[in-house]
Design a binder for this molecule. Structure first.
Ligand SMILES: NC(=O)c1ccc[n+]([C@@H]2O[C@H](COP(=O)([O-])OP(=O)(O)OC[C@H]3O[C@@H](n4cnc5c(N)ncnc54)[C@H](OP(=O)(O)O)[C@@H]3O)[C@@H](O)[C@H]2O)c1
Length: 282
């Protein structure tokens, strides 16, 4: 297995099994260089979002890489300011334009319950989903999905969706395992993408992980990403540091035993928990 290995989504599209995260990678040189390095290292799947403010730099790095578009997988996300179908249609076009792409491989509703329409999230999500379906039919997006959705948000969407979501991107790392939601995703043919797979850096200091990393001659980040891959998740590690971008890609030359996996499974709650998407302030 390597960075170019793929999962098959429920709509038949292929998605590289590890993605490269870009949240908090500053627009301009920082995001540009990070994505450029990631593509040189071998990542073929880049995760961005309108609200990260760096789509233009991500797109420039993609273009300058010279890699064939068909060998790349690019995801962006619809921000909470899109409340109606027309907003979503416009924002899809704006993301495409900032990225400098003809199509996105995957486009996600970023959060399920924006403040302005709360608690009427089902109506809002149905509206923006219509625009996302139109964009699929127009060839602007290959696959559509959700992020930060729980069963209570997905069930009404699944009822009205003519084109089914194929991915649910949620926070998953050893401290935040969301087992029930992972099972719900599986039962509904939704691939679980694991965001903040390193807990935005917060889980890297756990002593249990340091010992395990020493045993394998790997870094804690590599052990945690390997755990995510062996669990069947699709991790999206972020870094703007070239050595770490390389390090996070070297996770295919060792295997965690079932005892190692069980030890990491036992770290739930030790370094942070998930936010409730119905209580966000945006
Ligand atoms: N859908 C959503 O709502 C949502 C929310 C959050 C994240 N995401 C996605 O998931 C991606 C990853 O999540 P994340 O950004 O929260 O963080 P993460 O990947 O869990 O961790 C990134 C942090 O860890 C550091 N780091 C990375 N590799 C390291 C290594 N090998 N050793 C030590 N430190 C290391 C990075 O520092 P440096 O960068 O300074 O090297 C950064 O501070 C995001 O970038 C984004 O694409 C999505």
């Amino acid at each position: 297995m390597d960075l170019k290995d793929t999962f098959m989504l429920s709509n038949g599209e292929k998605i590289p099994r590890v993605g490269f995260g870009t949240w908090q990678s500053k627009d301009g040189e920082e995001a540009y260089q990070a994505v450029k390095t990631a593509l040189e290292v071998g990542y073929r799947h880049i995760d961005t979002a309108a609200v990260y403010g760096n789509e233009a730099s991500v797109g420039r790095a993609i273009k300058d890489s010279g890699i064939a578009r068909s060998d790349l997988f690019v995801t962006s996300k619809l921000w909470d300011t899109a409340l109606a179908k027309e907003d979503a249609a416009r924002e899809i076009d704006e993301s495409l334009s900032r990225l400098g792409l003809d199509y996105m491989d995957l486009f996600l509703i970023h959060w399920p319950n924006p403040l302005p329409t709360r608690p009427h999230f089902a109506e809002r999500n149905a509206q923006v989903w219509r625009a996302m379906e139109d964009a699929v039919r127009a060839g602007k997006i290959k696959s559509i999905g959700t992020s930060n959705f729980h069963a209570r948000h997905l069930l009404p969407l699944l009822e009205v969706a003519e084109i089914k979501p194929v991915v649910n991107q949620i926070i998953i790392n050893p401290s935040v395992q969301q087992k029930e939601l992972v099972q719900f995703n599986q039962e509904h043919d939704l691939l679980t993408e694991a965001y903040s797979p390193l807990g935005t850096g917060k889980i890297l200091g756990l002593s249990e992980l340091t010992e395990l990393a020493e045993k394998h001659g790997k870094s804690v980040a590599q052990v945690v990403l390997r755990w995510s891959v062996q669990k069947g998740f699709l991790p999206l590690p972020k870094s703007v540091t070239p050595a770490r971008i390389r390090e996070n890609a070297q996770i295919f030359d060792f295997t965690l035993s079932s005892d190692d996996m069980a030890l990491i499974d036992g770290l739930q709650g030790l370094a942070g928990t998930a936010r409730n998407p119905d209580e966000n302030s945006h």
